[in-house]
Ligand binder design. Structure first.
Ligand code: NAD
Length: 336
């Protein structure tokens, strides 16, 4: 469907909340797209808004050199309540990618409630990871619907791209025995993705979200020194299970997620894949495997799907379909 068929006469006006590793990558992705125009960004200390479009690179320079996009000369504003102030200033933004840390584990649900309370109507997309966090968003589905918000949850890589792939793969089977997601992430340094790494540490034995959140940067660095920069994660609490259960694919206890993160090398330690095992109608047991290309970064596999689901969400919103959807329920659109 082209932008005319979408009812769009011009590029979709979109925003990115959170301007760390994923937020900055999201701005770079959008710089290559004609169908979406980045008009709003926010970080913890400020926001930037320009209805004609923001220069993502200038935002990144302001963030990296001065600590906030609020320092941007054209359109930047410093604020200790940046999300609320931005929503207030920019009612015409059609949709946001929430590239925010979910620390504490209730943070994303609080942001969703902030949008509901504001009266803004549009599309929100998250790349939430934890099952217990997504269940909080699920609890808001009626309020989201009444508020006229179309909320797409779990729309990163895992949950996200791989959960959607599992949903498609499941169609060959009469019964699904298991969905096994194994991810490999390679990043050059952990500071580029602080929230992602803290949230991963929270899955290690002996840690939880609160202990990981409370760790200083020095403590994180010391932990990574002890493991040569490698985090090995097993049986993670990942919302792929909840999403596949909601989509009617299989019970959540049949879904497992684990992986290896190398925080000192952009090369992936292993190939990210999802294996879907099931029984066909003829009684044969088989496994479909979907493997991501090793050259695709975490940022590419999160931000690409997030904007694909944002475009799909904008179409749903325009048809009057509000409320909560997961990445296992709706096909992402391709943003050109
Ligand atoms: P980061 O630490 O690099 O950046 C976080 C950003 O959020 C910063 O710019 C910070 O200023 C901003 N922020 C924090 N509190 C804020 C507030 N109250 N108001 C406005 N802005 C605020 O984070 P990251 O590593 O890019 O990760 C972002 C999220 O993406 C994490 O929750 C992570 O778990 C998730 N993630 C999901 C997937 C997936 O596949 N689903 C993959 C990777 C990361």
């Amino acid at each position: 469907m082209d932008s005319q068929q979408l009812g769009q006469t011009s590029a979709m006006a979109v925003g990115v909340l959170g301007f760390g590793g994923l937020g900055q990558a999201a701005a770079r992705v959008l710089a290559t797209k004609g169908e979406m125009n980045l008009v709003a960004v926010a970080d913890k200390q400020g926001y930037a808004y320009n209805p004609a479009g923001l220069d993502g690179q200038a935002c990144a320079i302001a963030y990296q050199q001065q600590g906030s996009v609020g320092y941007l000369e054209a359109g930047g504003t410093l604020s200790q309540d940046s999300i609320a102030d931005l929503i207030d200033q920019a009612p015409q933004v059609q949709g946001y990618f929430l590239a925010l840390p979910n620390l504490p584990n209730t943070f994303m649900a609080e942001v969703a409630q902030q949008f509901i309370a504001s009266g803004w109507q549009g599309v929100l997309v998250d790349a939430l990871k934890r099952t217990s966090a997504m269940e909080q968003i699920w609890g808001l589905r009626d309020e989201l619907q009444r508020a006229g918000i179309t909320y797409m949850t779990g729309c990163g890589a895992t949950p996200g791209l791989l959960t959607a792939a599992a949903t498609v793969a499941a169609q060959s089977y009469a019964e699904i025995h298991s969905v096994k997601i194994t991810f490999g992430v390679g990043i050059a340094n952990w500071e580029a993705y602080r929230a992602t790494i803290r949230e991963d540490i929270a899955h290690l034995p002996g840690y939880d979200v609160e202990t990981a959140r409370a760790m200083t940067d020095g403590e994180v660095a010391a932990l990574l020194d002890r493991t040569q920069g490698i985090l090995t994660l097993e049986n993670m609490e990942h919302a792929d299970d909840f999403m596949l259960e909601l989509a009617g694919i299989c019970d959540r206890d049949r879904v497992t997620v684990g992986g290896v993160v190398d925080t000192r090398n952009p090369k992936k330690p292993l190939s990210t894949n999802v294996q879907v095992t099931g029984r066909t109608f003829e009684g044969k047991t088989s496994t479909h495997t979907f493997t991501l290309g090793d050259e695709t970064s975490m940022a590419a596999n999160v931000c690409g799907p997030a904007f694909g689901y944002l475009k799909a969400g904008i179409k749903l919103h325009q048809r009057g379909l509000h409320g909560l959807y997961t990445a296992a329920e709706v096909m992402p659109s391709f943003v050109r």
